[in-house]
Design a protein around this ligand. Structure first.
Ligand SMILES: C[S@@+](CC[C@H](N)C(=O)[O-])C[C@H]1O[C@@H](n2cnc3c(N)ncnc32)[C@H](O)[C@@H]1O
Length: 271
């Protein structure tokens, strides 16, 4: 069997969601469209964060969720991974509009935000300026992370891998692990299962498998016919642990997440 870049694992088969070939998707193009038209909703899919509804108050609440995320994460890393953890250099993979970059910037010397959408990065840059953050840099992603330099004390990613096809995510994971400095820490989030209603599952099936299905679902939900798609892909936890193990990570601390029935795992570990 041909070896993949996932450390000898055969190519992944997504195990959650409907079986069978899916309609070909271009997640990068969809994310650039979210970035250009509805960036805050693309990050947190709640109506109050849609471009047309985004009040100053909603914007404040949006960034407060990022502050809470970073406070919770750092406390957890100190409790379970390293009591004295204080990262100097942080990488936020799939940084979106900088919701998590801003609070990271206050807790470390330098943050690098990476995203596949140039429009998301432009918005993130504006948000950093608006929040008085001067120690964040932004880099456009590609599948070899070729525009990144050096290693990081903390490599972080939240609600990003779930939007990538599993085989692509499994190829990216070792590259991110390689960016963790020796003794540094990883905190990476993956969707690993779901507890969704039959109607939600049917909508996902139609979006994914039926030609023009995503457009039909858009219209039924009162959204424009051609609104971008947000793919949701679940990863196999055993395969993830094997990839981590192949890269020298033996002990992993796992926290479960539940976003409206999408069940995730935040994996935290020292390299
Ligand atoms: C749901 S948003 C989360 C943003 C941020 N992590 C947060 O929690 O605020 C997902 C982000 O991942 C980015 N993304 C999607 N595919 C990516 C890829 N292949 N490489 C890097 N970023 C990607 C999207 O552009 C989007 O900004």
């Amino acid at each position: 069997m041909a070896e993949s870049r996932t450390g000898g694992l055969p190519a992944a088969t997504p195990w959650a969601g409907p079986k069978g070939a899916s309609i070909a998707s271009d997640t990068d193009r969809d994310w650039e469209r979210f970035g250009a038209t509805d960036p805050y909703y693309g990050v947190l899919a709640e109506d109050r964060f849609r471009s047309e509804n985004l009040s100053e108050e909603a914007r404040r609440e949006f960034f407060k969720t990022g502050e809470e995320h970073v406070a919770h994460l750092l406390a957890r890393l100190r409790r379970h991974v390293d009591p004295a953890f204080r990262p100097s250099r942080v990488l936020d993979f799939g940084c979106g509009v900088g919701r998590i970059v801003v609070p990271f910037a206050r807790a470390c010397d330098e943050v690098v935000g990476v995203d596949v959408s140039a429009s998301m990065l432009a918005e993130a840059q504006m948000n950093c300026a608006a929040h008085g953050v001067g120690n964040a840099r932004f880099v456009l992603a590609d599948d070899s992370l070729s525009r990144l330099d050096g290693t990081f004390d903390l490599v972080h990613s939240f609600i990003v891998f779930q939007h990538l096809p599993v085989d692509r995510g499994e190829r990216l994971l070792p590259l991110l692990l390689g960016r963790i400095a020796p003794g540094g820490v990883g905190a990476l989030h993956f969707l690993v299962g779901e507890r969704r209603s039959p109607a939600q599952r049917l909508a996902a099936f139609v979006r994914r498998r039926v030609p023009l299905g995503r457009n039909v679902v858009n219209v039924l939900r009162g959204r424009p016919f051609g609104a971008p798609n947000m793919e949701m892909n679940a990863y196999d936890l055993a395969r993830l642990l094997r990839i981590l193990g192949d890269h020298g990570v033996g002990e992993v601390c796992l926290e479960g997440t539940d976003h409206g029935g999408y069940l995730g795992a935040m994996l935290a570990f020292r390299r």
